[in-house]
Design a binder for this molecule. Structure first.
Ligand code: ATP
Ligand code: MG
Length: 373
């Protein structure tokens, strides 16, 4: 059905790398990983009124006993339920919980493949604080970490002021500039000013409101979004803590999402070379570091593969198909480096080592390849 995709071996390899970079990033700012449920009972969502409020996006149905169930499109209700059972005092705060999990959303326009799925993977983190000030500090820290995570997976993102939707007055999105994106942003060519069109007070070619730079309009893909929740969920659901004077207060919350499968698709949008029908993955998320192509089942290629296969991730192609087919597939698989072993390369002194990104190619002695790689 539209908007529903699985991942095959190569896609899953890339996905796991993205996931691990995101996980390390969350752990480094003291996020604790949990795993919440997909099946949600109506009663929990009635506490905030959202079972009705977001029924268009939430898949809802009755089970065999006639009980109303929903598939989680997001997890504020459940995480707030967990917290109200476990956090009692200001001494337990701040705390951040995150998960990496499937989300279901009945998207009216599921298109562009993994960019907009009805079933997709998200990293969602929720933080809990004694007051606004502590929350603000954390929000800033998460924002900086997000920029770092996105750049690690090869995505240059803009930190864009945006509408807070049903959550809050404002939020911040992480947008990758890309002509196939569904969003429109306005950003300054000089400073870090950037706004989503939905709230923007500027237009193309305006002078930047923050500096003497110029505003540029661009299409973009939203790969992350962070929101201040204040006490919206804690007050509706009675998630309180006792402060250092002994009085009960609402928890102050934030939530922070990254679209993991959307990020994977965004990397393809940015790095796929249409003209040459060729993918070159950023090294950090590439399914393989190197592809070794053995053109004539050369024994030197086999030896090289055996020697380095435990040290780096290699795809070794010694199949009985034409050189042309091997190259065309290697172009689509997109390992950033390629080693070609053939009678011709051996005659010239070794193997041909190509760095796909720079296009640089050199003949390297077989014995030297391991150390060069
Ligand atoms: P959009 O505006 O694109 O519909 P959203 O603002 O509703 O997304 P959020 O609730 O902010 O999405 O979700 C956090 C992140 O999850 C988004 O920044 C995006 O990267 C990702 N995401 C949201 N919806 C989808 C989807 N249908 N398919 C894939 N990824 C998604
Ligand atoms: Mg969003």
């Amino acid at each position: 059905m539209a908007g529903v995709y699985g991942l095959l071996p190569l896609g899953l390899k890339v996905y796991r790398k993205i996931e691990n970079i995101v996980r390390e990033g969350m752990n480094s700012i003291d996020g604790q990983e949990i795993m919440m449920n997909v099946l949600q009972p109506r009663e929990l969502w009635d506490e905030t009124g959202r079972f009705s409020e977001i029924s268009e996006i939430m898949y809802q149905f009755k089970d065999k006993n006639g009980k109303d169930i929903g598939l989680a499109p997001t997890h504020e209700e459940q995480v707030t339920d967990i917290i109200r059972h476990h956090i009692k005092s200001y001494k337990d705060l701040p705390t951040s919980l995150y998960q990496i999990q499937v989300k279901f959303r009945n998207e009216p326009r599921a298109k562009s493949g993994l960019l907009r799925g009805r079933e997709f993977m998200m990293k969602d983190m929720y933080s809990f604080h004694v007051d606004e000030k502590d929350f603000e500090n954390h929000y800033k820290k998460v924002g900086e970490k997000y920029l770092d995570i996105f750049s690690k997976i090869g995505l240059k993102t803009k930190y864009v002021a945006a509408d807070g939707g049903i959550f809050s007055k404002y939020s911040h999105e992480f947008q990758v500039i890309c002509p196939t994106g569904e969003d429109t942003i306005y950003y300054c060519d000089k400073c870090d000013f950037a706004e989503n069109k939905e709230i923007a007070k500027v237009k193309n070619d305006d002078k930047c409101p923050k500096c003497d730079g110029k505003i540029i309009e661009a299409k973009s893909i939203e790969v992350g979004n962070i929101f201040p929740l204040k006490n919206k969920f804690s007050s509706a659901m009675g998630a309180k803590y006792v402060d250092n004077n002994g009085s009960e207060k609402d928890l102050i919350m934030g939530c922070y999402g990254i679209g993991l499968t959307r990020a994977l698709a965004a990397i393809v949008e940015v790095y796929f070379d249409q003209e040459n029908n060729m993918m070159i993955w950023p090294e950090s998320v590439a399914p393989f570091d190197v592809e070794i192509i053995s053109l004539e089942k050369n024994k030197e290629a086999e030896e090289l593969y055996e020697k380095i296969k435990d040290k780096i991730e290699i795809l070794y192609d010694d199949r009985d198909i034409s050189a042309g087919e091997k190259f065309a597939e290697a172009d689509l698989i997109g390992a950033p480096k390629r080693v070609i072993v053939s009678e011709k390369s051996l005659k010239s002194g070794g193997a041909e080592l190509i760095d796909l990104k720079s296009g640089e190619s050199q003949i390297v002695e077989i014995e030297e390849i391991a150390s060069v790689l």
